[in-house]
Structure formats: structure tokens, C-alpha cells
Design a protein around this ligand. Structure first.
Ligand code: IMP
Length: 195
């Protein structure tokens, strides 16, 4: 008889993030089932993505009875903005937006940028919190391009697809190189070995 699959909840109100993870998850043959849960978490302003992710995870820990994870990401323009907006990504996207970022860097020809994702998971079978990270390097586009993705996707060109922004890639293409895809694959490796 087939063993019943265990539930792992992905706590996020961001459907695009959930779709990306779901797309990757469907390719795996794991003895787990991923479900979206939109319970409200508490977000703090801290100096690293890891700190924000851990606080977010712990803010709902008491309310959860199964394993669950949250994911936190940031967009870092390394050249010429020394990593800005980083931990302020959400605020900056909601205020000056992609147009504002392009305005800040318009006088620079060469740019460098990366995304970083941190997945923090509470894994119930061993009663522990585990962190998985992923990054993707690239540059900032000169103009806003593409209709796919979300957030900063229309202005980020990953090194692996030098002619396209994240918003011009399919979800599968983005997942093969993205920060979230890499962090996710580490989580999958963990689940495969813990089984
Ligand atoms: P969050 O706090 O993890 O949701 O992300 C911080 C900000 O970065 C939000 O404004 C997101 O829209 C943006 N962001 C997170 N992940 C991505 C991504 O994969 N592509 C583009 N923008 C992203």
C-alpha cells in the first residue's frame, strides 16, 4: 500500500512565488505534498535576508501543526548601488519601482546585480529549523522588458540568458537559474535524504 504523503505548507501570499515552487515540485517524486497557506506572518526590517526569514518563520511557529516554510528574497544592485535595495526591496519596489531603479543607474553603462533567496523551514519530524539559500548573478536591463514573472523580473538579466530579462523567460527557464530555484533544489535534496 502506498504511504500517505506528508504535508508541507509554503506560507506566502505571493501567488507567483507559489507557482514557481509548485512548478519545480511537480517534477519531483517526493513523499511530501506542498500546500499554499496564506496565514499572516510578521515581517521585520533587519540587515540580512536570513534574519528577516527566521523572524517571519518564528512569528507563526505556534500556529502551525505540520512542517512549513517561508521564503524571503532580495534584489541587490551591486554596481553602482552597493547592494541597494537588498533588504529594502519590497519598500523600494512599492515606492520608486523598477522605473525608479533604472533612473538611479541611468548614467552607468556597466551594472552588476543579484537576487538572493532564503527558504526557512520548520521540519516537524526532527523538530528543527533549517535554512536553504540560493543566488543568481546578472545585470540590470536598460529598459523595463517582458510580461512574465513579478517584482524586479522585468529589469534583471541573468548571466545565463544574456539577452533576456527574467520577465521574458518562461517559469521553467527562470527556475533553472533563479535564486528561488536553487534554494528549492537544496530543500528537495534535504527531503530526499531525510526520507
Ligand atoms: P519578498 O519580501 O521575499 O517578497 O521580496 C522582496 C521584494 O523583492 C518584493 O518586492 C518582491 O516582489 C521582490 N522579489 C522577490 N523575489 C523576486 C523574484 O524572483 N523576481 C523579482 N522580484 C522578486
Amino acid at each position: 500500500m502506498e504511504k500517505e504523503k506528508e504535508m508541507i505548507y509554503f506560507i506566502t501570499g505571493n501567488n507567483s512565488k507559489f507557482n514557481e515552487i509548485q512548478n519545480l515540485f511537480q517534477k519531483e517524486n517526493l513523499s511530501y505534498e506542498i500546500m499554499q497557506n496564506t496565514i499572516k506572518t510578521t515581517e521585520i526590517q533587519a540587515s540580512s535576508i536570513e534574519e528577516v526569514a527566521l523572524f517571519k518563520l518564528n512569528s507563526v511557529r505556534e500556529k502551525m501543526t505540520h512542517s512549513f516554510f517561508i521564503e524571503d528574497a532580495g534584489f541587490f544592485v551591486d554596481v553602482p548601488l552597493n547592494g541597494f535595495p537588498g533588504v529594502y526591496s519590497k519598500y523600494v519596489l512599492n515606492t520608486i519601482g523598477n522605473k525608479g531603479i533604472l533612473n538611479l543607474i541611468k548614467d552607468y553603462h556597466d551594472t552588476k546585480a543579484h537576487f538572493k533567496a532564503v527558504i526557512a523551514m520548520y521540519f516537524q519530524p526532527i523538530n528543527e529549523t533549517i535554512i536553504f539559500e540560493g543566488t543568481v548573478d546578472g545585470k540590470v536591463a536598460r529598459t523595463i522588458r517582458g510580461r512574465g514573472g513579478f517584482g524586479f523580473d522585468p529589469i534583471f538579466i541573468p548571466n545565463e540568458f544574456p539577452n533576456r530579462t527574467f520577465a521574458e523567460l518562461t517559469i521553467e527557464e527562470k527556475n533553472t537559474v533563479s535564486h528561488r530555484g536553487k534554494a528549492w533544489r537544496k530543500l528537495v535534496e534535504f527531503l530526499e535524504h531525510v526520507d
